[in-house]
Design a protein around this ligand. Structure first.
Ligand SMILES: [Cu+2]
Length: 287
């Protein structure tokens, strides 16, 4: 099995490649872990999970990427043919050590990621849908501090509104969320297909008429976040990108929601009663 041996003349190349690969990979992975900003960030528990998962996969893929590119560049420099080609090279019929290493390393990486994925799915905080725990009836019952707050996201041409089922179904034009309180978002639409994208919250949800699309988030950092529509929905689609939401303290939220209930008390009498979803009202003559 001559293929098991590394030719004497190739040994300096192998050692040099191994050193270059280890050094470059270490520098790149450490730099990624320290400096790379991967969206959506850490404003919600779920967003942080997404960021961590992406960072893990990036860090695992980096040494593979560096190895492949390094081989191409190194070969182009050191194994370049000078002068005209004389004959075909000898046919290559496999290399057992290389194949064993390649298959083993690939299998370990894939199985490790499968393990991470399965354990992540099994934890409640990371899963977007929590079977059996969802209280999607959203009947307007007041939720305690420990329960999930119900917030309905209603898309329409060309803005979002938000209804707080736990606060009498009051409908507002801004999304405020209290920090450290689990939220159950119910995303729906009044007219056509939109997409509710709150990037820093780690939520991108289809907003379809007649559909109640449920997402679970727990904000863990106060501050503003962007809200935009991610589905081309007509001529003023771009208008649906200027909204900004806020994650605030529980006391600030209480003050804000009380103010909203007061401000929208008049409108509240004419908006439809709170429902899991709504259907477009056909336009009739004179309406
Ligand atoms: Cu839209």
């Amino acid at each position: 099995m001559s293929s098991f041996r590394i030719e004497e003349a190739d040994r300096p190349h192998v050692i040099r490649l191994a050193i270059i690969w280890v050094v470059l990979s270490a520098i790149a992975v450490i730099a990624e872990l320290l400096f790379l900003h991967i969206p959506p960030g850490d404003q919600t528990v779920q967003g942080q999970d997404q960021t961590n998962t992406m960072l893990l996969m990036t860090a695992l893929a980096t040494p593979v990427f560096i190895g492949v590119v390094m081989m191409v560049i190194y070969s182009a420099i050191y194994f370049r043919r000078s002068g005209p080609e004389l004959v075909d090279g000898p046919p290559m019929t496999g290399n057992a050590p290389v194949q064993v290493v390649w298959i083993t390393v690939s299998a370990i990486i894939v199985l490790f990621l499968a393990f991470v994925g399965i354990t992540t799915l099994a934890t409640n905080s990371s899963a977007q849908t929590v079977p059996g725990q969802s209280s999607s009836s959203a009947s307007g019952s007041a939720g305690g501090a420990g329960s999930e707050m119900q917030v309905q996201v209603i898309a329409q041409q060309w803005y979002f509104t938000y209804r707080y089922a736990d606060y009498g179904g009051v409908e507002t034009t801004h999304l405020y969320l209290p920090v450290n309180r689990p939220v159950e978002l119910h995303v729906t639409s009044l007219d056509i297909i939109h997409s509710f994208w709150a990037y820093q919250l780690g939520v991108k949800a289809d907003a379809n008429p007649g559909v109640d699309n449920v997402f679970h988030i727990t904000p863990q950092k106060t501050g503003s976040f962007q809200v935009r529509c991610a589905e081309l929905c007509g001529i003023w689609h771009g208008q649906m990108s200027d909204a900004e939401g806020q994650v605030v303290s529980q006391s600030d939220f209480d003050t804000w929601i009380a103010q909203q209930q007061q401000d929208y008390a008049v409108i509240q009498k004419v908006v439809p009663s709170y429902a899991p979803y709504y259907f477009p009202v056909p336009l009739t003559k004179g309406s």
